[in-house]
Design a protein around this ligand. Structure first.
Ligand code: AMP
Length: 356
């Protein structure tokens, strides 16, 4: 067990790292943030920080020497960085989970190997391969970059009349994945925490609404049938078990009109769709991550309230005054300077009486 008083190393300095560091402080831990940006949301809340590139071996060695356990707050941290650190200190979740989550092809292959349903997909490495894939999986789909894409970046919608050569160029990467288009009735996610002993705590499935490919609103709980919710939770636990994950796993899923649940993406870290847990649960996702990676007992994921979480994206941040004036609204700002379009500046959680 890594006891309170120890230091948690966090790779990445964004808002997820910031909220993890705040939760860790509540339990008496220190956090040391490692990221290339000198001023980042996470570095504002703890004095322990390294500003260096992710491949700077000397800086990584000094960081490892200064911490007791390492975690990460975004999945585009190079997996090699996690491997290097894992030789010196426990890295939780491990580099294996990171490698799977940062490669859409590897992620889908892994899900299939453990009998988890996804959209149909094909690897594509050229316009010709894209044409073949479109013939295989049908005329409507989504072409995505295999690596580095998030919040809709590197994605192109494919329709029967799409010029596939142009779509291939637009995606802008050497390797892509064509997924069949899922005509979903809603998008949900489940966050599960898994401890060092393989025990877990699962948050209720929530419903996610996107605007311009970025999460806009999370409704808690998701408006799905109880059996769909149960299946979604079981899928998340199954994936966490098969990854042998220690930490948090967010599983994004599509629910179809026939009640089918298809996994879209995995994120082995705190997730935007779990921010409501700070204000509506006995134990937030961030505290749960700290408990899991330090080998502490997990806390209750039960919610005392239902909730609606809205992101403040770009200029939305100006609404902070309105949020403060609302008694049922809880404002969270991330300390970011410039409100450029698409940038997540903060969020507001509104609590509602719990209905079962
Ligand atoms: P992703 O980056 O994979 O999370 O995709 C961003 C958003 O695009 C998702 O939240 C969906 O709204 C939509 N999307 C992604 N893949 C598909 C798909 N295969 N079918 C339908 N919509 C999709």
């Amino acid at each position: 067990m890594i006891e309170p008083g120890a230091t948690i190393g966090i790779l990445g300095g964004g808002q997820l790292g910031r909220m993890t560091a705040l939760a860790a402080a509540t339990l008496g831990y220190r956090c040391h943030i490692y990221c290339p940006e000198p001023d980042s949301p996470a570095k504002q809340v703890t004095p322990y920080a390294t500003t260096a590139e992710y491949d700077d071996r000397a800086a990584l060695a000094r960081f490892a020497a200064a911490v007791d356990v390492v975690t990460f707050e975004f999945e585009n941290v190079p997996a090699d960085t996690a491997e290097i650190l894992a030789e010196m200190k426990p890295v939780r979740p491990g580099p294996g989970a990171l490698r799977i989550a940062q490669d859409r092809l590897r992620e889908k292959d892994f899900l299939h190997s453990i009998d988890v349903a996804t959209a149909q997909y094909r690897e594509v490495a050229s316009t010709e391969a894209l044409k073949r894939a479109a013939r295989d999986i049908g005329p409507q789909g989504v072409l995505k970059t295999v690596r580095g894409g998030y919040d809709g970046k590197g994605q192109v919608a494919i329709r029967p009349d799409t010029d596939l050569a142009a779509a291939w160029r637009e995606m802008g990467a050497e390797l892509g994945i064509l997924e069949s288009y899922v005509d979903f009735i809603c998008e949900i996610s489940v966050i599960v925490a898994r401890g060092t002993g393989g025990h877990w705590a699962t948050y209720v499935p929530v419903e996610n609404h996107h605007a311009h490919h970025i999460l806009d609103t999370t409704l808690v709980p998701a408006r799905v049938a109880p059996e769909v919710a149960m299946r979604a939770e079981a899928i998340a636990r199954h994936v966490a078990d098969r990854l042998d994950l220690v930490g948090l796993l967010a599983v994004e899923m599509f629910v179809t009109s026939t009640g089918e649940v298809l996994v879209n993406e995995l994120a082995p870290r705190p997730h935007n769709s779990g921010h409501w847990t700070i204000d509506a649960c006995a134990t937030s996702q961030f505290e749960q991550l700290v408990r899991a990676i330090c080998g502490l007992p997990l806390g209750s994921p039960e919610r005392h309230s239902d909730a609606v979480m809205r992101n403040l994206i770009g200029a939305d941040v100006e609404r902070w005054r309105d949020a403060l004036a609302e008694p049922a609204a809880k404002l969270h700002l991330y300390g970011k300077g410039k409100a450029v379009p698409g940038r997540k500046m903060g969020h507001v959680t509104r609590l509602l009486p719990r209905r079962d």
